[in-house]
Ligand binder design. Structure first.
Ligand code: SF4
Ligand code: SF4
Length: 465
């Protein structure tokens, strides 16, 4: 099993990760919720193609800037496969020219999968690329928002690309965004990814599409609106939307709610923990286990600080993070300032520390802070119950999920400390479920379920009896 794609890697390593966008924000699709497409507006008149001399400089600087004998060359977009296979061939040639003796290299690419043909899949296989495919679940859930520039569905094209990867035995993972159309169907989504897509590593990314102002022209207070309230999105294409910035306390109604996010993760966990530990890797569960076990997690979002996952545009402009490709977070351009200096700059250091230093008291006092660390700063735009700003929009979901998995996480951590496999929990759950079902069978249908869920027997372990 290959390592997961470091889409948003953690800060527990001396290395840094850089997502490079060779086509900038341009993409052959027009997913309705995609905030990034609007970033084309940052570069008016650009052809949005990384030039060959910049590619050369980028690879050389990326390798020179590493303090560890390992480098990950990570492509993202927009849609990076729009560059064509020859671009990636040249990138590999530059890596071979500049890599130091003994240095290991990983190649990763995040793609919508629709442009993958035999030639590209064969190239990925030859150079051991780990390919992340974006797919949002079964057809109807995927096609709800993942459409092309003409508004046509894309599910079949993604599955065709996936077939090419499978035919060439390329390592692939899936990235599934959670939104209005799929967030209420956790088990269906998970089983689809596991059984039909054949994914062995999954990332679930919540769609939180912020709106800077109400979509109807009336003051918020007059409407009795509260922060975080969903509003109908006034656009379905990036061509109509304003340049996206991380601002505003409203979200579009395509966005997942905090409660949906917590319930989704909890339901997937309940399925995973009963049969798939050690077989299927769900990024959030690995990250949670690392925090329970006391190791730095591999995801910045639930690390204490961040700032080691940067983004680079097609022209060499570097930004603090893929989610903050905004003027205020631009560090400089690698053709003017060495990449290593931009990564080590005071601006970037402050960006990473602010994640910890701006936590509201509500987070600092929270019982699951060790697992959550307040989530990503981009999502901290609601108020705490006592009115302090800066609470994460997903807080209620984080609390629900982390509390839901507390016991099994403690058990898995204990197994790891004893050099035993966390997958031993599968057998424990089988025995426990059998015991609870037997107890439920002896209870009244309206009694509280003996599993402790708080639900009635008829709606819980008694429902299948
Ligand atoms: S801002 Fe969010 S996504 Fe970006 S590095 Fe920090 S935690 Fe990660
Ligand atoms: S669960 Fe909520 S209160 Fe606790 S650390 Fe996370 S965001 Fe803060």
């Amino acid at each position: 099993m290959a390592e997961p794609i470091p889409v948003t890697p953690g800060s527990g390593t001396a290395a840094f990760h850089l997502l490079a966008k060779p086509t900038g924000a341009t993409c052959n699709l027009d997913c309705e919720y995609c905030f990034f497409l609007s970033k084309e507006m940052l570069y008016p008149g650009s052809r949005f193609r990384m030039a060959d001399d910049l590619l050369d400089q980028y690879v050389r600087q990326l390798i020179e800037a590493q303090r560890v004998p390992h480098v990950t060359v990570a492509w993202q977009g927009g849609e990076p496969t729009m560059m064509g296979v020859d671009f990636f061939r040249r990138s590999v040639a530059y890596v071979e020219r500049y890599r130091r003796p003994g240095m290991t290299v990983d190649y990763t690419i995040q793609t919508n999968g629709t442009l993958i043909d035999d030639e590209l899949a064969g190239f990925f296989k030859e150079h051991h690329f780990l390919v992340g495919i974006s797919i949002d679940g079964p057809r109807s859930m995927h096609d709800a928002f993942r459409v092309d520039r003409g508004g046509a569905p894309t599910f079949d094209r993604v599955m065709r690309g996936l077939e090419r990867l499978r035919a060439h035995e390329v390592d692939y993972n899936v990235l599934t965004t959670l939104h209005r159309a799929n967030a209420d169907h956790p088990v269906e989504v998970y089983r689809f990814l596991r059984d039909e897509v054949g994914a062995r590593f999954m990332q679930f990314i919540p769609i939180i599409e912020r709106l800077p102002a109400p979509t109807i022209d009336v003051p918020l207070a007059e409407l009795g609106l509260s922060p975080g309230l969903a509003q109908r999105a006034p656009w379905t294409s990036w061509r109509d939307r304003p340049l996206y910035r991380q601002e505003g306390a409203l979200v579009t109604d395509r966005s997942v709610t905090a409660e949906q996010y917590g319930s989704f993760l909890s339901a997937v966990f309940d399925e995973w923990v009963r049969r798939d530990i050690g077989e299927v890797y769900v990024q959030m569960f690995d990250v949670a286990l690392a925090n329970w076990y006391g190791e730095p997690p591999s995801l910045c979002i639930h690390s204490e600080t961040c700032g080691t996952a940067l983004a680079m545009e097609h022209n060499g402009d570097m930004y603090s993070c893929d989610h903050f490709v905004e003027d205020a977070y631009k560090l400089g351009n690698i053709t003017e300032t060495p990449m290593a200096d931009l990564v080590a700059s005071e601006q970037q250091r402050s960006f990473g520390l602010a994640k910890r230093d701006t936590l509201p008291r509500f987070c600092r006092d929270c019982d699951v802070r060790f697992a959550c660390h307040g989530g990503c700063p981009k999502d901290r735009f609601i108020e705490t119950p006592d009115g302090e700003p800066g609470l994460n929009y997903l807080c209620a979901g984080y609390q629900a999920f982390f509390r839901h998995v507390d016991k099994p996480m403690r058990m898995m951590s204990e197994l790891l400390r004893r050099n035993r496999a966390p997958s031993e929990l599968v057998a424990w759950y089988a025995t426990e479920d059998e015991r609870v079902r037997a107890a439920a069978a002896k209870s009244g249908r309206n009694d509280p379920c003996p599993c402790g869920s708080g639900r009635k027997v008829k709606n819980c372990h008694g429902s299948a009896a």
